[in-house]
Design a protein around this ligand. Structure first.
Ligand SMILES: Nc1ncnc2c1ncn2[C@@H]1O[C@H](COP(=O)(O)OP(=O)(O)OP(=O)(O)O)[C@@H](O)[C@H]1O
Length: 254
C-alpha cells in the first residue's frame, strides 16, 4: 500500500481507542496526535490503563474500538506494514538470555524486516547509541539489569522507526543509568516521535514536550509542558488533583 508522507501528517494518529476486558473499561476513548520531534510522557496511577494503551498503540493488543494510524498506515488493517514504523520497549522486554547481545540485536533487526545489507551499520550505530560496544559478545543472561535495559532499548530502535513507544523505560535502573536513558530519549526525540510511560513526574518535566495523565482508563490531562509552565501549573499538584476520585477531563492546553 502506497503512503504519501507529508510533513503535516502525524507520525501517530489515534482516535477514540478503547479496550474492554469483560465488563471493565481498561481504556476509554483515548486519542493522540504525535509528530516527529514530540516527546510525550504518559502518566497515571497503577492500573490507570497505560500499558494497555501502549500494547494497542503497537499492535500487540487488539482494541475493542477506535483506530491507530502510524505514518498514515492503519495498524489494524495493515499490521505488518504499520509495525515497521514502530519501535516498542514493553514493560517486560522479551530478552533471550541465552543469546549474545549481537545475536539478539541481529535477530530483532530481522524481525523488524530490516534488509540484511543494512544490518552491520545499523548494529554498530545502535550499540554506539546505547553504549553496548563492550558487551556485544556477552550473553544477555549474565548482564546487569541496566545493561539488559539498554539491550531492550536497542532492539526497539535498531530499525530507525518513526515512532518509539516505551513502557516505563527507566523502571528499576540506578540513578546513573536513569540519566543515560533520559539523555538517549532526548536525543532520539530530535528525529523521532516518542511516547513513554513513567511514574516519575520529574522525568516528564526533564525530558518531555507533552504530557498526558490517565485515570481509570480515561485521559484527564493532555497538555504541552511549555503551556503548563506558562500557566505556572505544577505537575505534581495537577497529578494529585486529577487522579483523586472521578474528574472530568481538563481543558486541553496543548
Ligand atoms: N489481560 C487482562 N485481562 C483483564 N484485565 C486486564 C488485563 N490487562 C490489564 N487489565 C486491567 O486493565 C486495567 C489497566 O491495566 P494496565 O496494566 O494497563 O495499567 P497501568 O496504568 O499500566 O498500570 P501500572 O502503572 O501498574 O503498570 C487494570 O485494571 C488491569 O487489571
Amino acid at each position: 500500500m502506497a503512503v504519501i508522507e507529508t510533513s503535516a501528517m502525524p507520525a501517530m494518529a489515534v482516535h477514540n481507542l478503547s479496550r474492554r476486558f469483560g465488563r471493565h473499561n481498561a481504556v476509554h476513548e483515548y486519542s493522540l496526535q504525535l509528530h516527529r520531534g514530540d516527546i510525550l510522557g504518559l502518566l497515571g496511577p497503577n492500573g490507570a490503563g497505560k500499558s494497555t494503551t501502549m500494547r494497542m498503540l503497537t499492535g500487540n493488543l487488539a482494541p475493542s474500538s477506535g483506530s491507530v494510524r502510524i505514518c498514515g498506515v492503519d495498524l489494524v488493517a495493515y499490521p505488518l506494514e504499520a509495525k515497521r514504523y514502530i519501535g516498542y520497549l514493553p514493560e517486560m522486554p522479551p530478552l533471550y538470555r541465552e543469546l549474545t547481545v549481537d545475536e539478539y540485536l541481529r535477530f530483532a533487526a530481522r524481525l523488524h524486516g530490516m534488509d540484511s545489507a543494512a544490518l552491520p551499520a545499523a548494529l554498530d550505530e545502535v550499540k554506539q547509541r546505547c553504549e553496548l560496544n563492550a558487551v556485544g559478545k556477552r550473553l544477555i543472561g549474565v548482564l546487569s539489569k541496566g545493561f539488559q535495559q539498554r539491550v531492550a532499548l536497542a532492539q526497539a530502535i535498531i530499525h530507525q522507526p518513526e515512532v518509539i513507544v516505551m513502557d516505563e523505560p527507566t523502571a528499576g535502573l540506578d540513578p546513573n543509568q536513569i540519566q543515560h536513558v533520559r539523555a538517549l530519549i532526548r536525543e532520539l526525540g530530535r528525529s523521532h516521535a516518542i511516547i513513554f510511560s513513567t511514574h516519575a513526574l520529574s522525568e516528564v518535566e526533564a525530558v518531555c514536550s507533552h504530557v498526558q495523565i490517565m485515570h481509570h482508563g480515561r485521559l484527564v490531562l493532555d497538555a504541552g509542558l511549555g503551556a503548563l509552565k506558562q500557566q505556572s501549573e505544577n505537575l505534581e499538584t495537577l497529578f494529585g488533583q486529577l487522579t483523586m476520585g472521578d474528574r472530568p477531563m481538563r481543558e486541553a492546553t496543548r
